[in-house]
Design a binder for this molecule. Structure first.
Ligand SMILES: *Cc1c(COP(=O)(O)O)cnc(C)c1O
Length: 429
């Protein structure tokens, strides 16, 4: 940290005049942790620098995409080379074929994949395919599960919505939300009960296999297997929203980590190496329902964009070659254990949830297994923790209901610095 915040403040004042709330995505306003504006200027490896020259160790990772850290030369070179060839054609390119081939090789069960521009589009489209395939309208989601901001999925949607205390958005027609049924995470009996009542009308259950948008929550043993069994028995599809967990909790995502296969998988975040890319896919028979081979319409002017695909290809090729998962696991485990140990020493109730390189400190004894238990956390304490860490040069996601992300660029020195900052901060709480 080198001091001031004048430039961030000045930019925030200008932004307030021309951008709603001064930000292009709600959580960026940092409201739930005190609202000190932050404008970043550049990033490299595990660090980001704000416009006032302050450096932070980054556990936000652009909300997930920067799994290898910032400014990896291979990804930058791929983007630059693609840009020279043409930034957008609106017509197919060779890179898209190579990317789809790579994705179908890496992601379990993916026989066909369609590229879109965001996780929101991926989830919205996968739900449409499920409804088209089954001829049923209802879907099940979990309380606190976030699947982007399509109307039908903005019900008990965690993340920014949960943070702001507006679990349902204004502007969503009752009709769009009517067919969305909600159950608590990690509760198979609740899913069974819904199928008992509404079985023949339920097209799919969409779920983050490892929820990250109510903070990180792990599936209890048998939960994902149970969802697989129940949906299959009911003729409904199981959609894994792996926009966050994909390529992060394992190269092949949660499907690979837990050995459970979904019918449709939604991808985003890491898949674009930091550029706006999403994807959804599954078995050929299902994905062939998508236009132009089938009757489920879905399209995109910039889908398969050359820059995004080049960045994504470079990212996934690096992940395959460098296999950073053991290192990510080690670092994140040491961080989680370190935080837990410090809190125990200080007699502070803290439950650190971690799956792979996703983690969240909840400020109560826990365990946190669903949205209700996540919401028992002392969010004022989380906000104070966030501010204290930020003052000490560590940037965490600015909400209790988000996952912190470790990258492969985080070093042992970073770990020590983070734990020292945490010790000093937790001592003040
Ligand atoms: C981020 C996220 C989305 C939405 O992706 P966008 O690219 O922000 O539209 C959907 N699902 C999950 C699980 C996410 O974490």
């Amino acid at each position: 940290m080198s001091g001031g915040s004048e430039r961030s403040r000045a930019l925030a004042a200008r932004a307030q005049r021309v951008i709603p709330g001064g930000v292009n995505s709600p959580v960026r306003a940092f409201r739930s942790v005190g609202g000190e504006p932050l404008f970043l200027a550049r990033a490299a490896g595990s660090s980001v620098w704000d416009v006032d020259g302050n450096r932070y160790l980054d556990y936000l990772g652009s909300w997930g995409p920067m799994l290898l850290g910032h400014a990896r030369p291979e990804i930058l070179a791929a983007i630059q080379a693609a840009a020279v060839d043409g930034v957008s054609f609106g017509v197919s390119t060779e890179r898209e074929v190579r990317f789809a081939e790579l994705l179908t090789r890496i992601v379990p069960g993916l026989e066909r994949v369609r590229l879109v521009n965001s996780g929101t589009e991926a989830c919205m489209s996968a739900v449409r395919v499920a409804r088209g395939a089954t001829g049923r309208d209802r879907i099940i989601k979990i309380a606190g599960g976030y699947h982007g901001h399509a109307d039908a999925l903005l019900v008990r949607a965690g993340s920014g919505a949960e943070t702001l205390g507006i679990p349902d958005s204004a502007g969503v027609p009752a009709g769009a939300a009517r067919d969305t049924l909600v159950v608590p995470y990690n509760d198979l009996a609740a899913v069974e009960a819904l199928f008992e009542r509404h079985g023949p009308t339920i097209a799919a259950m969409i779920v983050e296999p490892v929820p990250g948008n109510m903070g990180t929550v792990a599936p209890l043993p048998g939960y994902l297997e149970g969802l697989r069994r129940i949906t299959a028995a009911q003729g409904a599809l199981l959609i894994f929203d792996e926009v966050m967990s994909g390529f992060r909790v394992a190269l092949g995502g949660a499907q690979q980590r837990y050995g459970v296969s979904a019918d449709l998988v939604c991808l985003g975040k890491v898949i674009g190496g930091g550029l706006p890319v999403g994807a959804y896919g599954g078995r050929a028979a299902l994905m062939d329902l998508v236009a132009p081979s089938g009757a489920v319409y879905q399209a995109g002017t910039l889908s398969g964009n050359p820059l995004g695909v080049a960045a994504g290809l470079a990212m996934l090729e690096l992940l395959e070659r460098e296999d950073p998962y053991a290192q990510l696991e080690r670092y994140a485990a040491a961080l989680a254990e370190g935080l837990t140990a410090i809190a125990r020493e200080l007699g502070l109730p803290l439950c650190v949830n971690r799956v792979g390189s996703m983690l969240t400190p909840f400020f109560w004894a826990g365990p946190v297994t669903d949205l209700a238990s996540a919401q028992r956390s002392d969010v004022a304490r989380f906000a104070a923790f966030h501010r204290g860490m930020r003052q000490r040069g560590v940037l965490l996601p600015p909400s209790q209901f988000e996952a912190a992300f470790v990258s492969a660029a985080h070093s042992d020195e970073d770990l020590q610095q983070t734990l020292e900052a945490a010790r000093e901060t937790l001592r003040t709480l």
